[in-house]
Design a protein around this ligand. Structure first.
Ligand code: NAP
Length: 530
């Protein structure tokens, strides 16, 4: 049966936009359905003050178009959200993508019709589109987590979630503000909110590690040199576990003499950013090495934060790098400001939100507005919000009631012709998202092209291949310390969510190799049918 489109793509972030571009290039018809009014995904929704990417701008960018690479000019080492959103819009215009994107269209349900071998995609207002393929490009951190704190609906002032920030911005001047959460979003926004607000109170459940960004404008000569060597840089990046061109250490922290070890940590601290975890090769493998790195950062907190009690509360107790490391501009020093108060709710959760503020630790805190920097239902949240139904009408949430099970983080048994860009079980959030997105999009495009050439209509992973992949994802996760703490990587931030380490931690090069072997073996692990 003829379908409206070859493919429906859900989401117009970096994944959805590039997917559309590639499918068009191969002569497939595609329609992108996007809930927002514009492109950009994460960078469309996360407009909180201080939002910027913690991967350097020259690396966090598309590489599929040499002309785009040469024409686009990044202004800072770490690009701000507005600059990244401008980039996304530039890409949409440059490649004339908007004519195939339907905005303000939230997909609610998609059902596979086994008789016709097609997907019926329902998008609000009773619209149904049919397509042979559904490709999700909804992002890994796109379903905001609103904590279930009693009384939240009663608060009389505005409540802002960092993951769904007002487009016109928020002016905190003269306001008393309460921020709940101390993850990456909070750590980026707190210094800026504090600089504006009359008073800021931060409610901290878990203290976090953060490394200074040392952000700044990009030097013209540096940009010129990067532009002259993009292909080599991109090639090197693909050989690195995180898909970022960065020197990989060979020395163990604990086997390095203390003085030299401290010098190395200091060197990485002074350079700034996520590369701190690459000071040595075993920070996420060896408890003692991890402790050495953690102790270095803890000493920095004591050095920066003047009040010893506040410094103690800000000092993380878990291992470094287990939760996603944060990158900041002036976070700890913000707690030296007279208009900033830190409330430690580690042992006593917030009791309730009142009409006027927050009741915690037996005390009432009065606010004009509240900021929820409480993160996301990561990796599976957005996928499960859409009622995805595969063979036999089985919902994806039933398939995943023990945690996500995928083949390569791209496909799911029982869900033919469904692809997920950066789905759970792929390197995604543990890597530079842009190259990971491009790799997935290229894989999907080549797969659809190969199916067309072979006269194959339906592709679906086989149970054994999926089981083997799920078990491989789990066993590599077990090797690292990263799977050991209560992070969103394991779903621990969402009450009732199955505790499974969701991304693939084997590194981008191993993952790419595996995908290439699957293709070379004529789609090993998949059942292809006419
Ligand atoms: P997050 O890391 O999950 O942090 C959420 C914070 O809210 C945590 O401190 C959490 O405490 C707290 N929280 C949640 N529910 C709470 C409750 N009921 N009561 C009190 N506190 C509560 O979320 P995020 O900061 O939005 O960051 C998520 C991810 O997005 C990051 O890890 C990163 O991958 C990405 N991100 C990247 C950037 C960047 O590129 N620079 C910026 C922002 C975000 P617990 O830790 O105790 O759960």
């Amino acid at each position: 049966m003829a379908t409206d489109f070859d493919a429906v793509i859900i989401g117009a972030g970096f994944g959805g936009m590039y997917m559309l571009h590639r499918l068009r290039g191969k002569g497939f018809s595609a329609r992108v359905l996007e809930a927002g009014t514009g492109v950009g995904g994460t960078w469309y929704w996360n407009r909180y003050p201080g939002a910027r990417c913690d991967v350097e701008s020259v690396q966090y960018s598309y590489q599929f178009s040499k002309e785009l690479e040469q024409d686009w000019e990044w202004s800072e080492r770490y690009a701000t959200q507005p600059e990244i959103l401008r980039y996304a819009n530039h890409v949409a215009d440059r490649f004339d993508l908007r004519r195939d994107i339907r905005f303000e269209t939230r997909v609610t349900k998609a059902t596979f019709d086994e008789t016709e071998n097609l997907w019926r995609v329902e998008a609000g207002k009773g619209d149904v589109l049919t397509a042979r393929f559904v490709i999700t490009a909804m992002g890994c951190l796109s379903s905001p987590n609103t904590p279930r704190i009693e009384g939240l609906a009663d608060f009389k002032g505005p409540i802002y979630h960092t993951g769904n920030w007002p487009h016109d911005g928020v002016d905190f001047t003269g306001k008393t503000v309460g921020v709940i959460g101390t993850g990456s979003s909070a750590i980026q926004s707190i210094p800026l909110i504090a600089a504006q607000a009359k008073h800021l109170t931060v409610f901290q459940r878990t203290a976090n590690y953060t490394i200074p960004a040392h952000n700044g404008p990009l030097d013209a000569d540096y940009v010129k040199a990067i532009k002259a060597s993009y292909p080599e840089m991109r090639r090197r990046a693909k050989t690195k576990p995180a898909g970022i061109d960065f020197e990989i250490p060979t020395a163990s922290a604990i086997e390095t003499p203390e003085e030299e070890r401290t010098r190395k940590f200091q060197e990485r601290w002074d350079y700034g950013g996520l590369g701190f975890m690459a000071s040595f090769n075993d920070l996420l493998l060896n408890d003692d090495s991890n402790k050495a790195a953690a102790d270095f950062v803890k000493a920095k907190i004591r050095e920066i934060v003047k009040d010893p009690v506040t410094a103690e509360v800000l000092t993380p107790r878990n291992i470094i790098g287990c939760k996603r490391l944060c990158v900041d501009s002036g976070y700890w020093a913000t707690f030296n400001r007279p208009n900033v108060t830190l409330v430690d709710i580690r042992d006593e959760p917030i009791e309730r939100i009142t009409t006027a503020g927050v009741h915690a630790k037996g005390q009432d805190y009065i606010f004009d507005c509240l900021v929820l920097a409480t993160g996301f239902d990561a990796m599976t949240g957005a996928l499960l919000k859409v009622d995805l139904r595969g063979r036999g009408g089985v919902p994806l949430k039933d398939r995943w009631n023990e945690g996500p099970k995928t083949y390569l983080g791209l496909t799911v048994v029982g869900f033919p012709n469904l692809f997920m860009i950066t789905g759970p079980g792929s390197p995604s959030v543990l890597t530079n998202m842009l190259p990971s997105i491009e790799q997935h999009v290229d894989f999907i495009t080549e797969c659809l092209d190969a199916m067309r050439a072979k006269g194959v209509n339906v592709i679906e992973p086989v149970e054994q291949a999926q089981e083997e992949w799920v078990s491989h994802v789990g066993s590599v996760a077990d090797i690292t310390l990263r799977s050991t703490c209560s992070s969103w990587y394991v779903g621990a931030n969402i009450p009732g969510k199955p505790r499974v380490f969701m991304p693939y931690i084997g590194g981008l090069p191993a993952y790419i190799q595996r995908c290439e072997a699957v293709v070379a073996g004529d789609y090993v692990g998949f059942a292809l049918s006419p």
